[in-house]
Design a protein around this ligand. Sequence first.
Ligand code: WQD
Length: 340
Amino acid sequence: MKILVTGGLGFIGSHTVVELQNEGFEVVIIDDCSNADEKVLDGIGAITGKTPIFEKIDLKEKNDVADFFQRHHDIEGVIHFAASKAVGESVENPLLYYENNIGTLVYILKALSKKERSNFIFSSSCTVYGQADEMPITENAPVKVAESPYGNTKQMGEEIIADTCKVTEGLNAIALRYFNPMGAHPSAEIGELPIGVPQNLVPFITQTGVGIREELSVFGDDYPTADGTCVRDYIYVVDLARAHVVALKRLIDKKNRANYEIFNVGTGTGSSVLQVIESFERVSGKKLNYKVVDRRPGDVISAYADTTKANNELGWKSEYTLDQAMKSAWDWEQKIRNKS
Ligand code: WQD
């Protein structure tokens, strides 16, 4: 069964391709390589023994998208990761985000709408909740006014899919709202490859641990949380990847209850910034060099998932601990810096 993975050379995409191939799916990757390296194909091949088909296509070229689906009419499902995802960059360059994240989604949905039946998994984000009023966050929590154009493209993406599913009987879609993905494949053949100074906490920690960064800045310790630092739901990227395979199978096996469904994908446990630092120190045996600085504008105080729906309805549950995920991130960092 052939599955298209857009953005399949990226961090979450590549880990999902591995899990799909492990389950026997044939995978075709589309990626424009704007934020990922073609060498990731070798890592995937090293893990699964099979290198996926790869086509370098700019999904903003609608004729190229239509042509792709003409040539691959036997695509049984699409997992759509391809998008720009840097919150700060989206504030500076909103049109880049609306064109890349919305335009491409529209072209893919137009192609899928022509098929008798299509199965579509959308990469969404807990960012749609903003600062939710209650913890843990359920899928019924209100979607709040987006804090950034990036977050807005996820909200708009969900609405575009919902509206399209309402009038396109053959289209079956699931939006997965990720919490905070982290870590790397246990083989250390693939992992997160942030370009430039990492925005996210975990790669900044491991780069500090390996000596690329002088010290970690902790953005505020005066929040109304147990230790004053922000709380997030850090989910191991392999757990997250497996959630995509489970969701895809739900649609292929026609087990979905509606032709558009939404699931939170997290561990259900909140961890503070200081707890994540302690996890790094436990798994690496190193003291992390950090200092507390001012809060980062736009940060929510706390966000962690209520995973009841994913556990009971989707039939997926995260299996790895924070320390296991952190160990994989640390092993990966040392390997790519040739320090292991
Ligand atoms: C986590 C915590 C920071 C860096 C982002 C996107 C979100 C989603 C997941 C795509 C916060 C603190 C961070 C640092 C720090 N991405 N921190 N020092 O902001 O929760 O979510 O990634 O969907 O859309 O916004 O993740 O890793 O940036 O921050 O203290 O150098 O770590 O303040 O409390 P975030 P993050």
